[in-house]
Design a binder for this molecule. Structure first.
Ligand code: ASP
Ligand code: MG
Length: 452
């Protein structure tokens, strides 16, 4: 059994859904469970409808409802024309949007939204896309069966970010999904959507379909989870900055987590943790290029000094010098309490006997932070900073890679350097405008000389 999840761009229209069917059909002997996102962009529009209506802009809300209704009807008609399902699916789509129009009126009258009502609206995208995709399988002669995510994805009632009840999901999956697979059927379920024990609709939070895939994979003890998206996989660097970036064929969960913290947007590792913890590998594939190798994210990966390089611009570096720090237990705690008090998380940290330097992404409360820090010593700020991350489980093995990284930077001044104790991320702070050239130099040194 495997779980195959298709993101919004992979089910954006009838053509894309056609590719989904081809991909799944080629994997039938592996007993795939299909999980789909909403048609690309639909969730944003649904939430927009709710907000506009509650804001009194009912007309605009209704216009978006009609756009979305037409889009769903059009794609369904293209896929299902002439099949026994066509009328039924079209009817369901229309009823759903009629109900949404009534909800929008209610939101207008109330003038506010609750998290619970937002989930009811947001879930519509996946509930419809999964019905359309299931019927599209049948139109092509394959036994697609729609599974209502609310019958399987049991959650608590933390609306808009509901937490899964993994035991409940496992037993529901045993009842609702496994028998279908045993009968040779292709279950198709919406991601992102869940329900409480009393079957009130919930969602797992934005982007939650990967999480759904991982939870279902864990529940049925799948042999693999495939995340089908619109990029080839994870790359050795952001290809917009480094056109020579290469596909990473295999990466460990921890390495992927470090990269995600640096904005690698392919998927958020937290969402695949339930599967990876059980030893189920997660693959990222491109639904437009299904022949590609993709990236495998597993608990472990062969140890390399450098797996990938990431960078981010516009960080702010705060330096605190204090002679009082000398031999003072609890000093760092008091310094970090300042950041905590102002709800600001620190990113890179280095300390010496007389100074502490940190970088921040969020500078909303910088003025207040600086004022509080000034009580400990001299504070200075460097706003135009950037952070580079050189990520690899073997980064500190033997020190050669560290030396190579520093050497590769050549004349670019390093403002801070930090090697995580787990030895998986070598972080360097440079001036903001040096981030791109530094990434180019590092990538060339580690990946373009055949030195992977
Ligand atoms: N459709 C949902 C969203 O846009 C969930 C997902 O696509 O993962 O957030
Ligand atoms: Mg998505």
């Amino acid at each position: 059994m495997i779980v195959c999840k298709f993101g919004g761009t992979s089910v954006a229209d009838a053509d894309a859904i056609g590719r989904v069917i081809d991909i799944i059909v080629s994997k039938r002997e592996q007993q795939p469970v299909v999980i789909v996102s909403a048609l690309g962009g639909a969730t944003n529009q649904l939430l927009d409808i709710a907000h506009k209506a509650a804001n009194g802009e009912l007309l605009v809300a209704v216009q978006i409802i009609e756009q979305l209704r037409d889009r769903h009807l059009r794609e369904a008609a293209t896929l299902l024309a002439g099949t026994p399902d066509a009328d039924e699916v079209a009817h369901d789509i229309s009823v759903t949007f009629d109900e949404l129009a009534h909800l929008a009126e209610a939101f207008r009258t109330l003038g506010y939204l609750t998290p619970r009502s937002l989930d009811t609206v947001a879930a519509i995208g996946e509930l419809l896309s999964s019905q359309i995709v299931a019927a599209a399988f049948r139109q092509r002669g394959f036994p697609g069966v729609y599974v209502d995510a609310r019958d399987v994805m049991r959650t608590n009632d933390f609306f808009t970010k509901a937490e899964p009840d993994t035991d409940g999901i496992a037993s529901a999956a045993q009842q609702r999904i496994i028998p279908l697979l045993q009968q040779g059927k292709i279950p198709v379920m919406g991601g992102f959507v869940g329900a409480t024990g009393s079957r009130v609709t919930t969602t797992l939070g934005r982007g939650g379909s990967d999480y759904s895939a991982s939870l279902i994979g864990a529940a049925i003890e799948a042999t693999a989870i495939e995340i089908w998206t619109d990029v080839d996989g994870m790359l050795t660097a952001d290809p917009r900055i480094i056109p020579a970036a290469r596909l990473i064929e295999r990466i460990s969960f921890d390495e992927a987590a470090e990269l995600a913290a640096f904005g690698a947007k392919v998927l958020h590792p937290a969402t695949i943790a339930p599967a990876v913890q059980l030893g189920i590998p997660v693959f990222v594939f491109n639904s437009r290029r299904p022949e590609g190798k993709g990236t495998m994210i597993a608990f472990d990966a062969p140890r390399l000094p450098v797996r990938a390089i990431a960078g981010k611009r516009s960080a702010t570096m705060v330096k605190l010098r204090s002679s009082r720090m000398l031999l003072a237990p609890g000093f760092l705690r008091r310094v970090f309490e300042v950041f905590e008090r102002h709800r600001t998380s620190v990113d890179v940290v280095t300390t010496s006997e007389v100074s502490v330097s940190v970088t921040l992404d969020d500078t909303h409360n910088l003025a207040a932070i600086l004022q509080d820090l000034a009580e400990f010593g001299d504070v200075s700020v460097e706003r135009r900073s950037g952070v580079l991350a050189i990520v690899g489980a073997g980064i500190s093995d033997g020190g050669a890679a560290l030396a190579q990284a520093i050497a590769a930077l050549g004349p670019i001044p390093v403002r801070m350097a930090s090697l995580s104790a787990t030895g998986i991320n070598f972080t360097l702070v440079v001036d903001d405008e040096q981030v791109v050239p530094a990434m180019q130099r590092l990538h060339a040194a580690f990946f373009e000389g055949g030195a992977t």
